[in-house]
Design a protein around this ligand. Structure first.
Ligand code: M6R
Length: 369
């Protein structure tokens, strides 16, 4: 039930802190990651030489974020592929490959068929799923449930942050098995993860109203672009997808480094561009790259809305609007940066009087190919 909320989506965005906390609950004990569902699989994770993540839509963007962390912490090469593409291209996977599927519903036909194909080819399959007993987890060798709670609105919000959380828990678990992280680094990452729910809550408490107001002013916008680098790139894709599906506005996400290879031609005076800005203290090189991207598009008239860390004063002169998120280590920043984008897409759809829970032409779970 919606309770006092204006929509299921509003309720589910408000539950993002809880979704992360609940996905972690019981899985961090005495500073160690404990995932009982994966008991007895250490040998598999120690031996696997490659990971392929298959998913669709927002779940695939969670996979893209997860790739950075899994590779950094475990040094296992990771590819992320849209499930519907994977299935029909005679993919090269075998017994040394772990295929991880990500699905909120656990019923997405494209993802299910990719999992079946992976199993047929001899790969081991792991399902990250939010729905107990759904088809995809039942078809998989192992399951790590996200505990975001039921998600009713078509737009995936709290499930997305829970999916990234589950991927991070999995990555840290495998890093311990493979000995690829020092105990200190492992402890630092666990502390970062544990701090996320309160930081997401900070964004909701301090920025939500302002972002909704801002979305109201933007209700007549025809097109919005999103830019990010590194883990900010999948967040740019997610910001664009949410805006399309909820507000029917043309939106595109780009890797900021790709601008000069084409997309910068789109910039004309007044074009709104959201830019996910990495932390100046934790990622100084990336930060300065993104600030120069901002300068390039602003010089051509773009209206820049920066999503930046609270302490980032350097970005101020370069942005028309700054949406604030608390400081987090680079790999954890996307879980915060996505929150303003969820709020913005919802706010804009509300401003246009649209049904945010049930956008046109879409279904919550896509059970056909
Ligand atoms: O249930 P799933 O996670 O497998 O769904 C995958 C996509 O259909 C889903 O994330 C879709 O892109 C959302 N409507 C995006 O908000």
């Amino acid at each position: 039930e919606k309770g006092g909320w204006s929509s299921f989506m509003a309720k589910e965005v408000a539950e993002e802190p809880e979704a992360v906390a609940n996905t972690m609950r019981g899985r961090v004990q005495d500073g160690q990651i404990v995932i009982p569902e994966l008991d007895g699989m250490d040998e598999l994770f120690a031996g696997v030489s490659r990971i392929v993540i298959v998913a669709a839509g927002t779940a695939a963007y969670a996979g893209l974020v997860g790739k950075y962390a899994i590779e950094q912490w475990t040094r296992i090469p990771v590819e992320v592929e849209l499930a519907h593409e994977f299935r029909y291209r005679d993919p090269i996977v075998g017994p040394d490959t772990l295929v991880i599927s990500i699905s909120q519903s656990g019923e997405t036909m494209d993802t299910l068929m990719a999992v079946k194909e992976a199993a047929r080819l001899g790969a081991k399959t792991l399902s990250i799923c939010n729905t107990q007993g759904a088809t995809i987890p039942r078809e998989s060798d192992a399951i790590v449930y996200t505990h975001a709670g039921p998600e009713v609105a078509v737009a995936s919000t709290k499930a997305f942050v829970a999916q990234i959380t589950a991927l991070y828990l999995f990555a840290l678990h495998v890093a311990r098995i493979r000995g690829t992280l020092s105990p200190e680094t492992q402890a630092e990452q666990i502390a970062e993860l544990s701090a996320l729910p309160a930081k997401i809550q900070w964004v909701l408490d301090n920025e939500q109203e302002r972002i909704e107001q801002f979305a109201h002013w933007m209700a007549d916008t025809r097109s919005v672009l999103f830019l990010g680098r590194h883990v900010g790139y999948p967040i740019a894709l997610e910001g664009a997808l949410k805006l399309k599906e909820l507000s029917y506005i043309h939106a595109e996400g780009f890797a900021a480094g790709e601008l000069k290879h084409g997309p910068i031609a789109l910039i004309e005076p007044g074009q709104p561009v959201f830019v996910i800005v990495p932390s100046p203290s934790d990622s100084p090189v990336l930060h300065s790259k993104v600030v120069s991207n901002i300068q390039e598009i602003r010089a051509r008239g773009a209206r820049v809305i920066a999503i930046a860390e609270t302490g980032d004063a350097a970005v101020l002169p370069h942005a028309d609007e700054v949406l604030r998120v608390p400081l987090a280590a680079p790999l954890f920043a996307p879980i915060l940066a996505v929150v303003p984008l969820h709020i913005f897409a919802m706010g804009l759809a509300n401003a246009k009087g649209l049904d945010v829970d049930q956008p046109r032409n879409l279904a919550k779970s896509v059970t056909v190919e």
